[in-house]
Design a protein around this ligand. Structure first.
Ligand code: PEP
Length: 313
């Protein structure tokens, strides 16, 4: 993979987006002014994207391609055993790191069945030390059970369980401090994309994490960009749409954390990735892997997605 650098290091994106959002607050009264604000935000977003495009010299991270399978709340002992058998019999030929996230109750079972190169992740953990938190699982428990990864901030937890950016930031820090590596999910809703707020939303989600962690912590964080409108909908982002956001995220990381972290941090794309669309997505220079939901329940398809790493630049 290539290195990324930019000719322009001043943050134009934040200023135009901040302008748009402050206008939204001050002009709340009335549909007409809302439309006006929306239009201005869209123009600002377009301007911002033109600036991104003109300032981008070369793209891409330097980390190893990494594919995650988020099994969500699916499976039975029987179906999980079959999936493990199918994954074990598939041939992973590409240079790729692979992380499977089974439902919590089956983690131990999956861990005892899956062979290398598969690693295990939990789909969530608590924000602090365990105790009187009914239904939760602590990072200490994950560590004790030799589970090296946890997915945090998935859009389903944000929208269904009310997890805020700040909460996800705190969870990320706690998991890292406990010795559990984090796949941190970010991504915009359809309404936010249509309002021209995609990068703004992603940056706010990232900032809440950046505010909690150290520069060194980024060695143990993967960013998963998952547009909410593409998750489980069959509506995949085009390779160019995904690349545009990934490049924007990397630029933001360069300006707000460090160029070194920006080049090393891996940015996965997630949202209706399947065996048919993975190869083309993988060619994009800022896509360093995938986080896969539905298709990760099909062993053969998932192995094919893992092997799309061979197409990465
Ligand atoms: C996900 O839930 O992380 C996901 C990307 O789901 P899907 O692949 O089904 O869109």
């Amino acid at each position: 993979m290539m290195m990324m650098s930019f000719t322009n290091t001043t943050s134009t994106s934040a200023s135009s987006s901040q302008l748009a959002s402050s206008q939204r607050i001050t002009m709340r009264g009335g549909q007409a002014s809302n439309n006006l604000v929306k239009m201005r935000a869209q123009h600002a977003f377009a301007r911002e994207n033109r600036r991104h495009a003109s300032s981008l010299v070369v793209c891409a991270g330097t980390g190893k391609f990494v594919v995650g399978g988020n099994w969500k709340c699916n499976g039975t002992k029987d179906s999980i055993d079959k999936l493990c058998a199918s994954l074990n019999s598939g041939k992973i030929t590409a240079d790729v790191e692979v992380i499977c996230a089974p439902p919590m109750v089956y983690i131990d079972r999956v861990q005892s069945k899956l062979k290398a190169p598969y690693q295990i992740a939990a789909q969530n953990c608590w924000v602090s030390k365990g105790g009187a938190f009914t239904g939760e699982v602590s990072a200490e428990m994950l560590k004790d059970a030799n589970i090296p990864w946890v997915i945090l901030g998935h859009s389903e937890r944000r929208s269904l369980c009310g997890e805020t950016n700040e909460f996800v930031g705190l969870k990320t820090k706690y998991a890292l401090d406990t010795g559990v590596k984090v796949v941190a999910c970010i991504g915009e809703s359809l309404a936010q994309r249509e309002a021209g707020d995609t990068l703004n939303v992603c940056f706010a989600q990232l900032k809440a994490i950046v505010d909690c962690v150290t520069e060194k912590d980024w060695e143990n964080i993967i960013i998963a960009y998952e547009p909410v409108w593409a998750i489980g909908t069959g509506k995949v982002a085009t390779p160019d749409q995904a690349q545009e956001v990934h490049a924007g995220v990397r630029k933001w990381m360069s300006e707000n954390v460090s160029p070194d972290v920006a080049s090393k941090v891996r940015i996965q794309y997630g949202g209706s990735v399947n065996a048919g669309n993975c190869d083309e997505l993988a060619t994009k220079p800022d896509i360093d892997g995938f986080l896969v939901g539905g298709a990760s329940l099909d062993g053969e398809a998932f192995v094919k997605i893992c092997n799309s790493a061979a197409h990465s630049k």
